[in-house]
Design a protein around this ligand. Structure first.
Ligand code: MV4
Length: 448
């Protein structure tokens, strides 16, 4: 096992990784920006090194600064958390060249999955269901017209280098295709430095369902079931749960078996998430793979009993899944996560400043992951997630009742938070009935 690990992140996920290291007897090194000097990840790490000014590009995203800190502290490995450098294949390559273990998949695999159309073809080859679409990137809007004719409208154009919804255009008629093709092409070129596009059949009101997998460095792969992530606004998830009410045991097993075969073929290593869209016929189609630990990993931890971050550390140190996991992992109960953001509950404007009062709920079936505290400050430079509230119960009804109870006991004063928005969503009949898709929040906000 590693002797010492650097955590190249901040906030709740930095603290989450520090906790896992501490429980495994690994020394921890925090890095921090000047805005995070008083953060809990700095206080609770064994060592802490300031790597630059508040702006992420000058600190947490500054590869030479992070690598220098790792060399000065003499660590064996770096855990990137989520966001920031977590899916940066160049960073993983620099780690490799510096003899520091990057806790995640090899850079070649990260690069493959980052090229969305290549990932799509790799999944297709391994018989993972994909949507009808182009084979590879489109050479021109004329070629796009030809492919669209064979698959039928509506279609969606997506950026090969994309993700998070940028560089995407929905096309409903051939007449509007040329203009939308050029708009997507220009937007992708500006956002990602690569304008290449591919095409898929467009699903009008999909659900977003993702599968968690773990792979060791000896060719073993396992899945830890799925998460339902359809409650989102502008590509930011607000509520996640596991399992999905729409996934039958037979479908769960079929997709899980196919994914295990596929990721073995690809040579995947460490934790990963495979995103699917579900159509009205409850069929699942692969859209993207995320090669990192995700924000919503605690709902999977709740229903499986597996500590995913400890598993990441143990996999990266060479252990086999056999050594890490119990023989039969069963899906136990139901878990829900609410992302508590520092933002206005109706206007969604970010809220920075000093937290004057902070009470975190607890008790049976409640988990809170946060790095915030009373008298602490939320800086304006980073994403707005300040806490994750996760509840677990024997079934969805119990998990929901616990969430409502815990939300009512979660007190944050001094800044705006999304707590009251979550309380309103938990009053919604469609949400309560599990009757929702990725358009839920649009409808919910329109009727408020
Ligand atoms: C789609 C789609 C419908 N059809 N692809 C948005 C972000 C990117 N990860 C994929 N996205 C979508 N791809 C096809 N073929 C609808 C979306 C989409 C979406 C997907 C998941 C969660 C929320 C979403 C919100 C709007 C659009």
């Amino acid at each position: 096992m590693f002797r010492k690990v650097l955590i190249a992140n901040r906030g709740e996920i930095a603290l989450r990784v520090i906790n896992a290291c501490r429980e495994l007897g690994i020394r921890t090194v925090a890095v921090y920006s000047e805005a995070d000097r008083n953060s809990l990840h700095v206080r609770f790490a064994d060592e802490a090194i300031c790597i630059g000014p508040p702006r992420p590009t000058e600190s947490y995203l500054n590869v030479p600064a992070v690598i220098s800190a790792a060399e000065i502290a003499d660590v064996d490995a770096i855990h990137p958390g989520y966001g920031l450098l977590s899916e940066n294949a160049n960073f993983a390559e620099v780690c490799r060249a510096s003899n520091i273990k990057f806790i995640g998949p090899p850079p070649e695999v990260t690069r493959l999955m980052g090229e969305k159309e290549k990932a799509r073809q790799a999944m297709k080859k391994a018989k993972v269901p994909i949507l009808p679409g182009s084979d590879g990137v489109l050479a021109s809007s004329d070629e796009a017209l030809e492919v669209a004719k064979t698959i039928g409208y509506p279609i969606i154009l997506k950026a090969k280098a994309g993700g998070g919804g940028r560089g995407m255009r929905i096309v409903r008629t051939p007449e509007e295709l040329p203009n939308l093709y050029h708009a997507a092409n220009t937007e992708a070129a500006n956002a990602f430095g690569n304008g290449e596009l591919y095409m898929e059949k467009f699903i009008e009101q999909p659900r977003h369902i993702e599968f968690q997998i773990l792979a060791d460095e000896h060719g073993n792969v396992t899945t830890l079931f799925e998460r339902e992530c359809s409650i989102q606004r502008r590509h930011q998830k607000l509520i996640e749960e596991a399992p999905s009410l729409q996934v039958t045991p037979a479908l769960r097993k079929e997709i899980s078996d196919t994914l295990c075969r596929c990721l073995k073929e690809i040579g995947y290593q460490n934790a990963g998430t495979i995103e699917f869209l579900m159509d009205e016929d409850r069929k699942l189609y692969f859209i993207e793979m995320n090669t990192r630990i995700q924000v919503e990993h605690p709902v999977t931890e709740a229903i499986t009993g597996v500590d995913l971050v400890k598993a990441q550390l143990r996999i990266a140190s060479g252990e086999t899944l056999d050594q890490i996991l119990p023989p039969n992992i069963e899906l136990r109960g139901h878990a829900i996560e609410c992302r508590i953001n520092a933002e206005h509950p109706q206007k969604f404007t970010p809220s920075a400043g000093k937290i004057t009062a902070f009470n975190v709920p607890g008790g049976n079936g409640v988990r809170v992951d946060t790095a915030q505290y009373a008298e602490g400050v939320v800086p304006p430079y980073y994403d707005s997630l300040i806490a994750k509230l996760i509840t677990h119960g024997v079934d969805r009804a119990e998990a929901m009742a616990r969430m409502e109870r815990a939300l009512s006991q979660f007190v944050v004063q001094g800044i705006d938070t999304s707590i009251s928005l979550h309380q309103a969503i938990f009053q919604d009949e469609d949400f309560r009935a599990g009757n929702f898709d990725t358009k839920f929040m649009e409808r919910f906000l329109a009727k408020r």
